[in-house]
Design a protein around this ligand. Sequence first.
Ligand code: ZN
Ligand code: FE
Length: 254
Amino acid sequence: MLTILQIPVLTDNYIYLIHDPVSKETAAIDPALAPPVLEVLDKKGWRLTYIFNTHHHWDHVGGNLELKQETGCKIIAARSDSDRIPGIDVGVGDGDVISLGSHTAKIIATPGHTSGHIVYYFANEDALFCGDTLFVMGCGRLFEGTPEQMYQSLQKLQALPPATRVYCTHEYTQANGRFALSIEPDNGQLQQKMIDVQQLRAKNQSTVPSTIAQESATNPFFRTDSLSIQKTLGLEHQSPVQVFTELRKRKDTF
Ligand code: ZN
Ligand code: FE
């Protein structure tokens, strides 16, 4: 099993450190900053082998160069973003497989938030590191993609096994949940999830990871086929992409 550590940084970012106790290899996923990562590495006695980036935004790559300089780690990121990922060593694309010790992750391209966005899926660990594509009860804003693209990207993630743990990069859960409830107030699982989330946040605890199963039950962007959601939007029996487009538009101004 991989050890997965979550490091909260900035206002609402999470950096993940994943460590294979057998090979001793360690990867940092989306290090916004270097110092908090170096501190944990030091405390754990781990050496950084890799950085895995999901996309080029500063709050995901800000620590790249300092970490590389301090540890000699190799940086893996989307090949199509080679010119905007600081320090990139290995470019990867959809369907590629990378490894950490004997563990492997499949790269899935999820354009929408940015054109080059990728996610890392460790099937044997039931772990998905999805950056700013999928959030707990939400999804990323469309900076460089169309609603259609983002919808297709999210479909790929929803198709993963229900037990897959969803490790996203931001603690946006409470705001996402408020929006979700405004759109689908009669969803009992969503109501319960919000109670659980409020309790966690009141104690300043993380609501991440979620699971694909929980997202399928509560995340409006995974629920474009819900008649209740379609009714709220006035889009009964419209196409999933039309429903998705309207949801994303409403969330942007919620
Ligand atoms: Zn981003
Ligand atoms: Fe971000």
